[in-house]
Design a binder for this molecule. Structure first.
Ligand SMILES: [Zn+2]
Length: 311
């Protein structure tokens, strides 16, 4: 079985995984603060840097695995399913209508496919769950908040690549400003950056979500409150999503799912309250147990799926 590369682009790093089937045989992480680059350079300069950093990272891996033919990438942004271009990336401002798949493919001289990062992770979780007939909803709690739906065995991206952009569902009218241009999006409350903002509002201290989780574990009431608020907003959003798509399998992943124990009680109560009564008790919401490899695996599997459909 030939090896396939799956890449997960995060807010601060780039993870390149080499897979044999579902098995991760090597992971390489690169420091890649694309968000900072986008905030400090013109869009064209930022794009040049991003392509350069990404292609250099992948080349280093390809030296060890020269037989790799397929490369899939999960990227945080709205990916147009027809053109594979990044239509917009709220976390990487200025990257509008850039052709990531084409530009990277030309530099690497390999076929590259690009998918929204949360949708790639959704497909990875779906593969690891044995491809359940009911489909799967994935919620990624990282720097931002992403979502993905697998329906009828395939990622559901919608006509413009914004299906399941659940992080931008508004839960607080006129609330915190969001990178997408609106206010009060759930991402601004129930993500790592959202928790950090909540804790700053409550305590006046600026800490990372990880540090706040440590404080919460030590009994810090304000840290617990920041995570409780995140859990409530997350449950409100998810109850809305389930009313739209009625998919019972929900996996919560991303770096912040390590703090799920701080959110679970408030989340469960709010979700049951907000669900349509007929759905109460019928959903499976579980934190990911895949050690955060779903994004890379899904990207790799989607590269294979895409190729299968072309051939
Ligand atoms: Zn938003």
């Amino acid at each position: 079985m030939a090896n396939v590369i799956g890449i997960d682009v995060g807010g601060t790093n780039l993870r390149v995984g080499v897979f044999e089937g579902h098995q991760l045989i090597q992971e390489t992480r690169f420091q890649a603060d694309f968000s900072h680059i986008c905030h400090t350079h013109s869009p064209s300069q930022a794009w040049e840097k991003i392509i350069s950093i990404t292609s250099t990272g992948i080349r280093n891996v390809l030296v060890q695995f020269p037989d790799v033919q397929h490369i899939g990438m999960g990227f945080p942004g709205f990916i147009d399913p027809n053109t594979q271009t990044v239509a917009q990336s709220p976390n990487f401002p200025g990257l509008d209508h850039v052709n990531l798949a084409q530009d990277l493919g030309e530099v690497l001289q390999k076929k590259v496919i690009v998918e929204n990062d949360a949708l790639a992770a959704a497909y990875g979780e779906y593969c690891l769950a044995g491809k359940p007939d009911t489909g799967l909803i994935y919620i990624g709690l990282g720097t931002g908040l992403g979502g993905g739906l697998i329906h009828a065995g395939r990622p559901f991206a919608g006509q413009h690549g914004v299906a399941m952009e659940v992080g931008h569902i508004i839960v607080e009218p006129n609330g915190r400003p969001c990178g997408c241009g609106n206010n009060g999006c759930v991402e601004q409350y129930a993500s790592a950056s959202g928790v950090a903002t909540s804790y700053h509002t409550l305590s006046g201290q600026r800490l990372s979500a990880y540090e706040i989780a440590q404080r919460a574990d030590d009994g810090d009431a304000l840290a617990l409150e920041a995570y409780r608020q995140a859990a409530i907003y997350l449950a409100q959003m998810l109850a809305t999503v389930v009313k739209v798509v009625d998919v019972p399998n929900i996996v919560v992943g991303g770096g912040m799912c390590h703090a799920w124990h701080l959110m679970k009680t408030a989340f469960d109560i709010q979700l049951e309250t907000d669900l349509i009564p007929v759905l109460r008790g019928k959903l499976s919401v579980t934190p990911s147990h895949t050690h955060d490899i779903a994004g890379m695996l899904g990207a790799a599997q989607l590269a294979l799926l895409h190729n299968t459909h072309l051939s």
